[in-house]
Design a protein around this ligand. Structure first.
Ligand code: AMP
Length: 481
């Protein structure tokens, strides 16, 4: 007999079980409520997108796109898809030429709805097209959601909506990172974005105010806000060059990762946690001394707007964030009880991103909260107290009482009370024992005597106090408690 191998969840992903899942739901409701009061509405996004979306927005040189995405080939089904796959497979064969006749007839048959003039610009032989078709389109599980929000904003012409477009989302993200406490391969984010024509610093400050209102609502305390401005496309490139020049002077003293980043992304060197690099990094030029006038003014006003709102922050010139699309304001919030993975939220401004993805010039800012870490921090603070899952356990005795028990259960549930109704008759002791183990607050006893008297026996399980109540009184007691 072959041994049966037990199938387990994949490395780095996990199940969230009750009662913990109830706390997750509560946190998500708090986000919906609080964000709603700031005028944000939910956007539900796809879990996978064209790989190119992330490559263009998050950036090809980042760890996320370079090595952490779950990417796969999806067989091509449409002419559009074939067109893209052909570009991906044979980028050098894109020429302005008439489509060869054999390809034209094949396309006309397989995708009659797509006008053939779309195809004039590629010159591929039939075998090449077949290869592209087999190769498929590259799609990726989303490693973050800002890119998708921006894609949706452009795709649905949301720039025509009145005022700033304020959206929030929640759901799983996927990155092939090394799993550890607070770092998973499928993790959950709650995020929000503001897109529109204005980059008023009041938007940045109100977004951060909303975050603190949310954290306050869920009871997360001891938070630290780190704040920085990383400049714009005027001043940042000059600073990055200066930084690169300074880093080259000390290259030999840096580790392999930082040495590589001098070429690929010098700002990321500032992120380094390597102990022997810290003294060197402290001596490097700081972006705050190299911001252009407009960025300086913007950053000063963001800080003033935070002051008005009573929000305190640390200025952290090394907070650059890993993603390419950020500019000007960047921020990160850390929480206690999390060890080294202590960032619960990261965010920043990304004014060029909509344009980069093919939309009109648009300003944008957003954040993403790591929900897994938020839960870990709440747990460490002893704040994860699951609500009881059963308010009342109905103990019915005698076959003739079941119909009444079902009706009582229906009415209580309609009133929002959590009711457990045994599907078959249990012995009295067994029923009460189960009620206790499930953590029910009350047992409702329904026997033939109770039905004859038109009253039920309500037993409070914490202290075994019993009362005889009508159905109306029953509902009132359960609701009040
Ligand atoms: P980022 O999109 O990298 O700015 O991340 C925003 C927040 O998501 C971080 O501050 C973390 O709280 C959370 N986060 C990012 N990556 C992971 C991961 N692999 N596992 C759990 N949480 C994560």
């Amino acid at each position: 007999m072959p041994e049966k191998v037990q199938i387990r969840a994949i490395k780095g992903v996990r199940d969230i079980l009750p009662p913990e899942s109830r706390v997750w739901a509560r946190v998500e409701r708090a986000a919906q409520d609080v964000f709603g009061t700031f005028g944000f509405a939910e956007i539900r996004l796809p879990i996978f997108e064209q790989t190119e979306l992330f490559a263009r927005s998050v950036g090809g040189d980042t760890d996320i796109v370079g090595k952490e995405m779950y990417t796969f080939r999806d067989p091509v089904e449409t002419a559009e898809g074939l067109f893209k796959a052909a570009f991906e497979s044979f980028p050098d064969k894109v020429e302005r030429e008439e489509l060869p006749e054999d390809i034209r007839s094949m396309l006309a048959q397989s995708t009659p709805n797509v006008p053939l003039d779309k195809w004039k610009k590629i010159s591929l032989t039939l075998p090449m097209l077949s290869e592209a078709m087999a190769h498929g389109e590259s799609v990726s599980l989303r490693p973050e959601a800002t890119a998708s929000v921006v894609r949706a904003y452009i795709e649905h012409g949301m720039h025509t909506l009145p005022g700033d477009v304020k959206l929030y989302y929640m759901g799983p993200m996927f990155r092939r990172e090394r799993p550890q406490k607070g770092r998973y391969r499928q993790f959950y984010q709650i995020g929000a974005e503001v897109l529109g024509q204005s980059d008023a610093p009041g938007i940045d400050a109100e977004l951060i105010e909303m975050l603190f209102a949310f954290f306050g609502r869920v009871g997360l305390e001891g938070l630290t806000l780190d704040l920085n401005s990383i400049g714009c496309k005027e001043c940042r490139p000059k600073y990055v060059e200066l930084l690169r020049a300074e880093l080259l002077k000390v290259k030999d003293k840096l580790g392999a990762d930082s040495q590589r980043r001098i070429e690929t992304n010098p700002l990321r060197v500032l992120d380094s946690k390597a102990p022997d690099e810290q003294a060197i990094i402290e001596e490097l030029p700081r972006i705050s001394d190299h911001l252009c006038e407009a960025c300086k003014i913007h950053f000063a006003e963001v800080r003033r707007q935070l002051d008005i709102r009573g929000i305190t922050y640390n200025l952290n010139w090394r907070l650059v964030r890993g993603l390419d699309y950020y500019m000007r304001t960047t921020f990160e919030i850390t929480a206690p009880g999390l060890g080294s993975q202590n960032a619960v939220c990261g965010g920043g401004r990304y004014d060029g991103l909509v344009e980069l993805l093919g939309g009109l010039p648009t300003k944008g800012i957003g954040f993403a909260i790591g929900e897994d870490r938020l839960m870990l921090s709440l747990e460490a603070a002893g704040k994860v107290v699951a609500e009881p899952s059963v308010d009342a356990f109905i103990v019915w005795m005698g076959a003739s009482t079941q119909a009444t028990a079902i009706k009582v259960a229906q009415r209580l549930r309609a009133a929002g009370i959590k009711v457990e109704l045994p599907p078959e008759e249990f012995k009295f002791k067994k029923a009460l024992g189960l009620a206790d183990k499930l953590g029910a607050r009350y047992a409702i006893l329904i026997g033939e005597n109770e039905i004859a008297a038109g009253k039920f026996t309500l037993k409070r399980l914490a202290d075994a106090v019993q009362t005889s109540v009508t159905e109306v009184e029953l509902l009132e007691t359960l609701r009040a408690d």
